[in-house]
Ligand binder design. Sequence first.
Ligand code: DC
Length: 226
Amino acid sequence: MSSTNALPPVIAIDGPSASGKGTVAQRVAGLLGYHYLDSGALYRLVAVAAKRAGVAWDDEPALAPIAASLEARFDGDEIYLNDALVTAAVRSEEAGAGASKVAVWPAVRAGLLARQKAFRLAPGLVADGRDMATVVFPDANLKIFLTADVVTRAERRHKQLIAKGMSANITILLQDLQVRDERDSQRSEAPLRKTNDAILLDTTHLTIEAAVEFVMARYKVVTKVP
Ligand code: DC
């Protein structure tokens, strides 16, 4: 960065559910020694916190203060809400569906905005979500739109759940992904979309390692590191 008061660099990785963007973002952050923002986890936390408070996922006025005052803490892979461990609840399919529902509300998105921007700390940040490049970090140094065919994504999610010892039905997973894709990309506020300056990375036929290498190579070009 040339100027002394320049903000730390950001790599924005946006894409649909189960595309692998979280894994890729986390690995790139690890390789660079950068911070990592899993913005989807914040929307999932709002859905979990709302459910625990008896607030419906379509009650925008009641969801707004929950989003704005979320007492959440990330510690490695673990997630805490009001000091209670909620990792499994946050990672559940139910929380994913709830997150997609609460995320349509402008007041919820506004309530989470400053919290997301606060992750931009030295030496840099890798942020993944749906609107990292469009809304939260429009000045990101590198923007990646990471996607994969929906059937491939359903198969990957199925494998993950089975590996965790959970039961999963691929037909239902596929339907759920299609519903979420539709809602996340058709909503009026901050819909999932690729910006013109984002690089498309289709991982349908790529390993995670290859996707990570691709992002690292593009970042080296941007930062002019040899
Ligand atoms: O990435 P994920 O599956 O954990 O995200 C869960 C939901 O949260 C997703 O379906 C839509 C919403 N979301 C969002 O609207 N904006 C983001 N930046 C991240 C997630």
